[in-house]
Design a protein around this ligand. Structure first.
Ligand code: SF4
Ligand code: SF4
Length: 600
């Protein structure tokens, strides 16, 4: 195992080189050597890596030599180049669309490049290089299509910036050097924190949107207007905009279009697998062979469940896959026996202890330990060097036999652990079906306030705030939750209010649409705006999907949100002022202070 079963279009990276990138010390040595080489060539030299797109960024300001997430400087440079080349694709695709030319490969190449660069998705330089080469070749196709359309329309093609012309080098080292020329650090140096940060905020929002659009696409739900907007926004960024008002307007448009994308994903999930329903879920193992599925992808889980049917292998969800256990078409498979472990950042300990293979769908992978490196598999866009990857065939089918064989060869759980369960499945359909009861309880004063304590979990300290807050929420208040941050409190006893559970788990971060719909339904029932409801949003963020959801909430005009555990490093001081003035967005304080402020 440990080999790559997907077609390998990229140049092989010697094993020794992969080893060399594994420590920051060696990374620094190479940085010094490259600096010397640049000096010899009398070229200007820049910091070889700068990334501040997620909450755990180094020192709260930026990862500069090696990502806290495990991303090495080479992969970081290639990811920057992937976004840069994708902007070039969009420059042509945006203009071609105005002339009636829609080129689906261009739509998909940009979505793929953006999703690939989301935190904890793709750590394999060879695969990122493949994404870049593919995007550049699609760009050449759409360029030709655009120029032909211009000719037909009697127009002169617009001259475009260098994004649209950059030619990825064949040599991987040379391609990495190309990436180092387009890092965000260069933009910060030339544009300042606020403008560069706003450009990045748009890019990160688009990355999150691309992830959701991709999840929806695999379930057969697409919208041409969404692709058109992604190209428009990427073209906007390629023009290196510096006007703050225009940037802020685009930020809010990203949020607006993302609402549509989340609705599409909701339609894909519920249309394919039914509406989640309240379900008691086992969170302790049962005896038997086992496979653990992490990430977000419902279709991957469904295919695995079908292929494991009757094979004597139990399947467990992990991390953000937990809500899958509430979908009728997934939970009907009796060998989907429960959830194993918690949020993504605990995976290295949890996978180490899991007695079978692990399948990573979409994002959330961390550097695998040697103890399970030969029994972890990736699929979709997620990748780690030397980890076996299961690719889809042309029809979208995936053959998970390597995972099943690994499960049959592994010991599995020896015995049943003591049964423990939690209840999940309170997505919009379920909550709305008891809306009358909820409204009555509010009017009768039995429910005083709703808290939405949702968002990401993460490794950095300060996140126990969310556990403490949930514990301290008074007994006459209901907590709505979603996404992986809930693992900090979802096994605690909260009880109920007149039969309405005090903790309502709405699902994945991908299900934010459900939470928004619940809030809108409550506002309609009380004939007020969402901001006037007895509802407070206390959010935790980690990566770009969460950024995108935050932009959607801002687009909807939701005010008084609390955000933690720290504010994004890419939001400059003046932009933060705008967010505070227009939306009263505030950082979390202590649970006691925030509860006192919220409940008055
Ligand atoms: S994704 Fe986050 S942790 Fe990884 S390099 Fe970027 S800022 Fe650092
Ligand atoms: S909740 Fe946040 S950290 Fe968790 S998977 Fe979703 S976006 Fe990532």
């Amino acid at each position: 195992m440990g080999r790559d079963v997907q077609e390998d279009r990229g140049r092989a990276i010697p094993e020794t080189r992969r080893e060399a990138v594994s420590t920051e010390l060696k990374n620094q040595q190479r940085l010094a050597a490259r600096t010397d080489a640049a000096d010899d060539r009398k070229e200007p030299w820049i910091m070889n890596m700068f990334c501040y797109q997620c909450e755990q960024t180094g020192k709260g300001t930026g990862c500069t030599a090696h990502g806290v997430c495990g991303k090495d400087s080479e992969t970081a440079a290639l990811q920057d180049l992937a976004v840069h080349v994708a902007e070039g694709v969009s420059q042509y695709a945006h203009r071609a669309r105005k002339l009636g030319v829609i080129h689906r490969p261009a739509d998909l190449a940009v979505v793929e490049a953006l999703f690939t660069t989301v935190t904890n998705v793709n750590f394999d330089p060879k695969r990122v290089a493949d994404v870049i080469r593919h995007a550049a070749s699609v760009r050449d196709e759409i360029k030709q299509a655009y120029e032909s359309a211009c000719e037909k329309a009697g127009q002169t093609p617009e001259p475009l910036a260098e994004h649209a012309a950059i030619r990825p080098a064949d040599d991987l080292d040379e391609m990495i050097r190309q990436g180092e020329q387009v890092t965000v650090q260069r933009r910060i140096d030339s544009l300042g924190d606020d403008v560069a940060g706003l450009q990045e905020l748009i890019t990160y929002g688009l990355k999150g949107m691309a992830a959701y659009a991709d999840h929806a696409r695999v379930l057969g739900v697409e919208d041409d207007g969404v692709y058109a907007f992604i190209h428009e926004a990427m073209d906007f960024l390629a023009g290196n905009p510096g006007e703050v008002n225009a940037l802020v307007a685009m930020v809010l448009r990203v949020g607006e279009v993302n609402l549509k994308v989340m609705e599409m994903l909701d339609a894909g999930n519920t249309g394919t697998y039914g509406h989640p329903e309240p379900t008691e879920v086992r969170v302790t193992p049962v005896a038997g062979k086992a496979i653990c599925v992490s990430g977000h992808d419902l279709k991957d889980l469904k295919m695995l469940l079908e292929q494991t049917e009757g094979k004597g292998v139990n399947v467990y969800t992990h991390g953000e896959m937990l809500p899958c256990l509430a979908y009728p078409e997934l939970k009907k498979h009796k060998h989907l026996v429960g959830n194993y472990g918690g949020a993504w950042q605990d995976q290295r300990q949890e996978f180490d202890a899991f007695p079978g293979p692990i399948l990573m769908t979409t994002n959330c992978i961390q550097k695998p330990k040697d103890s399970y490196k030969d029994r972890i598999f990736t699929t979709g866009l997620v990748a780690w060097p030397c980890v076996t990857h299961i690719a889809a065939d042309a029809s979208g089918h995936k053959n998970f036999m390597p995972v099943i064989e690994a499960a049959l060869a592994a010991p599995g759980f020896e015995r049943d652990e003591e049964a423990k369960t939690i209840t999940i499945g309170f997505a919009r359909n379920t909550v709305m079906s008891v809306a009358d009861k909820v409204i009555e309880a509010v009017k009768a004063g039995k429910i005083r306030h709703f808290f939405l304590i949702g968002g990401c979990d993460g490794a950095k300290s300060g996140r126990n705030y969310y556990t403490q807050l949930a514990q301290q929420v008074p007994d006459d208040c209901v907590i709505l939750t979603l996404a992986c941050g809930k693992y900090r409190f979802n096994k605690l006893p909260f009880g109920d209010i007149g039969g309405i559970p005090r903790l309502l788990d709405c699902g994945q971060c991908n299900d934010a649409y459900s939470a928004i719909q619940i809030a809108v339904a409550l506002a309609n029932a009380f004939e007020c705006g969402v901001n006037d409801l007895p509802l407070s949003l206390v959010l935790s963020w980690y990566e770009q999907k969460a950024v995108c959801i935050l932009l959607t909430l801002l687009h909807l005009g939701i005010k008084n949100m609390r955000l933690g555990p720290t504010l994004p490093a890419f939001v400059g001081p003046n932009v933060l002022n705008v967010l505070v003035e227009q939306f009263n967005l505030m950082p979390i304080k202590t649970p006691e202070e925030d509860l006192a402020a919220i409940l008055g």
